[in-house]
Design a protein around this ligand. Structure first.
Ligand SMILES: Cc1cc2nc3c(=O)[nH]c(=O)nc-3n(C[C@H](O)[C@H](O)[C@H](O)COP(=O)(O)OP(=O)(O)OC[C@H]3O[C@@H](n4cnc5c(N)ncnc54)[C@H](O)[C@@H]3O)c2cc1C
Length: 385
């Protein structure tokens, strides 16, 4: 990444996200102007490849960018990077024509994409998806109810995972433009954290698209592959939130009177902050390692086939799990640091805790990821570390 890019991200964070900015923790109906300001940096969807008009930055750079933005606000970071889940599926498994028709305009406009996988009874257990796709001549028709999907209302297009109507054991991933008749927003979720982001319940009622909008491969496998990038970036938000917590603790401890001095002089405080720094450092180095592994596969001309064989990357699972757990530990210790004030809305620590909570929940809770790690990377002996 060009050093000017990171400078531009830091300037954006300073200008738009560094104050108290209560509006970022309020539920607004439409994306805040903050997203338009980011678009003007020229970095929107920074990972889209250059041949499609994007900036072509890798996941290692993305970890740095997301870490910086999440320091300002994790909900803004989530909104800005979560399109990578759907776009990477289209980039790897969509036809050239589909990429030209949908990814190119996304890069040019700095717009958003949404991915609709989970349903009321199919979050962790995606094989229970009930949304169906049926072929009708040269078209596909998709019908179902999707429980959670981020960015859908203002996305250019949706990547929807559905079960085949003719073969219930088979799943498809289908690109549906947002303005397709039948795409209805049921409601926006009033989430406890990431409140600058927009997550919706969505109904799909007979949505018709050309058969060429189907991505190549099993929809569930493709979703699993798309989740590699987004899980690593969810993990990276934890680094930014944890750094912000550490810095708030340092500011507070310098002026909080304690015995004959201030909290900062206490060896207990030094122990706690030393521990936090270790956790932040390991979180960051693990995210970067996972991102490098991902980038190495993406650089391979046969990336689609390599990912198809590999499925979920061990390092993406462990990055999200570790950063969620270590980040929660930092948030908990940080919150205690402020005493009773830490349990009020006077200080930002409550918001930071609520934001941190998502890392261990969204895109698979730890129980599910532990099970996945066990079945994919512990049982097969050659895949163990
Ligand atoms: C802010 C936000 C944004 C989101 N954005 C999107 C999006 O853009 N697209 C999308 O598709 N989804 C999205 N989601 C959905 C999210 O990925 C799921 O909520 C998450 O994967 C958990 O699934 P679930 O809600 O079905 O919970 P469940 O899987 O039902 O979990 C409930 C409980 O059951 C336990 N459990 C489940 N299975 C097992 C098991 N096998 N063994 C032991 N315990 C188990 C879990 O540990 C947990 O305690 C979003 C969710 C949120 C909150």
């Amino acid at each position: 990444m060009n050093p000017q890019d990171l400078k531009a991200v830091r300037a954006f964070v300073k200008e738009c996200l560094s104050g108290p900015h209560a509006e970022l923790d309020a539920i607004e109906d439409k994306p805040a102007t903050v997203y338009e300001t980011f678009r003007q940096t020229g970095l929107a969807n920074w990972w889209l490849p250059e041949e499609l008009g994007g900036r072509g930055l890798g996941l290692e750079d993305s970890v740095e960018i997301v870490n910086e933005i999440a320091y300002g606000d994790a909900g803004v970071a989530f909104t800005l990077f979560i399109s990578v889940l759907g776009t990477s599926m289209v980039q790897l498994y969509g036809s050239e024509e589909l990429k030209a028709r949908h990814l190119q305009p996304l890069a040019a406009r700095g717009a958003f994409c949404a991915t609709l996988g989970s349903e009321r009874s199919a979050g962790s257990e995606l094989a229970k998806i009930e949304t169906v796709v049926v072929a009708d001549g040269e078209e596909l028709v998709v019908t179902g109810e999707k429980f959670f999907s981020t960015n859908t209302d203002f996305a250019d297009f949706l990547v929807v995972v559905a079960r085949s109507a003719t073969d219930p054991e088979s799943y498809e991933a289908v690109l549906i433009p947002r303005d397709t008749p039948g795409v209805e927003i049921v409601k926006r979720w009033d989430v406890i954290g990431l409140r600058a982001s927009h997550t919706y319940e969505v109904s799909l009622d007979g949505c018709r698209v050309p058969a060429a909008n189907r991505l190549d491969g099993s929809g569930l496998r493709l979703l699993e592959i798309g989740l590699n990038a987004s899980r690593i970036l969810i993990a990276a938000t934890a680094i930014g939130i944890a750094r912000r917590i550490r810095d708030h603790c340092m500011t507070y401890a310098k002026s909080k009177p304690l015995r004959d001095g201030v909290l900062m002089d206490s060896h207990v405080f030094a122990q706690r902050l030393g521990q936090m720094e270790m956790q932040i450092d390991v979180m960051k180095s693990h995210c970067l390692r996972a991102a490098r592994e991902y980038d190495a596969i993406m650089a391979d001309p046969g990336a689609a086939a390599v990912f198809h064989r590999q499925g979920t990357l061990k390092s993406a699972l462990t990055a999200k799990m570790f950063c969620g757990q270590a980040g929660w530990d930092v948030a908990s210790v940080g919150s205690e640091m402020f005493g009773g004030l830490g349990y009020t809305h006077e200080l930002p620590i409550g918001k930071l805790m609520r934001d941190m909570r998502y890392v261990s929940i969204v895109e698979g809770g730890d129980d599910i990821l532990r099970e996945l790690l066990f079945s994919r990377y512990v049982i097969p002996v050659p895949r163990r570390s």
